[in-house]
Design a protein around this ligand. Structure first.
Ligand SMILES: Cc1cc2nc3c(=O)[nH]c(=O)nc-3n(C[C@H](O)[C@H](O)[C@H](O)COP(=O)(O)O)c2cc1C
Length: 181
């Protein structure tokens, strides 16, 4: 079984990256585990032309970049999105990616598909102390999973996390969450 762990932050050395590392270490004994950073992929914003609603294909010249990420999704049985709060929602890079995945959205017929039977997990983190903001991010990620027919199998919210050093005291919490994956 294969796991894909996504750093949804553009920061490669911060709290999100540290959580991704912890999750990968924990999962690697049970899954063939791979991680990607959304910011490694360069693509334009969705223009909202809606041609994919009728064709299941994107007309933008950089559509192959989104296909590369979707191939990562398709190769995985388990997908874990790790997202920090940026202004109380997922980072723009991940939101821009989700917009570009509209050819795969199951509200349109025809739509592109990935293989069925995948499980999706969401981990949200933020600097502030209240959980509802994390739940908002989790809601965005699970909404996306739902339209890709990825089963929402679990989520974790981590408050009061600003940088890499704040992850260390939370490792047991993260590892315990990973044991359920
Ligand atoms: C542009 C930006 C916006 C942010 N907005 C929020 C916010 O609305 N609420 C919050 O609690 N933390 C906010 N944060 C803090 C991050 O969620 C927190 O530092 C997280 O650990 C960042 O992880 P990263 O460095 O791996 O991206 C923001 C950080 C940045 C860079």
């Amino acid at each position: 079984m294969k796991a894909l762990v996504i750093n949804c932050s553009p920061v490669r050395t911060g709290a999100t990256a540290e959580i991704v590392k912890t999750v990968c270490t924990e999962l690697s004994s049970r899954y063939d585990t791979r991680s990607i950073c959304i910011d490694d992929y360069k693509f334009d914003f969705c223009k909202g032309c809606r041609s994919c609603h009728n064709t299941a294909k994107c007309v933008m010249p950089d559509a192959s970049v989104i296909l590369d990420i979707m191939n990562e999704f398709d190769n995985a049985d388990i997908i874990v999105s790790v997202a920090p709060s940026y202004w109380a929602d997922i980072p723009g890079q991940y939101k821009a990616f989700i917009d570009r995945v509209t050819p795969w959205c199951n509200t349109h017929v025809p739509h592109a598909t990935i293989k069925p039977g995948k499980k999706g997990y969401a981990i949200a983190l933020r600097t502030g102390p209240n959980m509802p903001e994390c739940e908002r991010l989790i809601g965005s990620i699970e909404h996306f999973y739902g339209h890709l027919e990825i089963e929402c199998a679990g989520h974790l919210g981590l408050t009061s996390v600003e940088n890499k050093a704040d992850v260390e005291p939370r490792k047991e919490e993260i590892i315990s969450f990973c044991k359920g994956i």
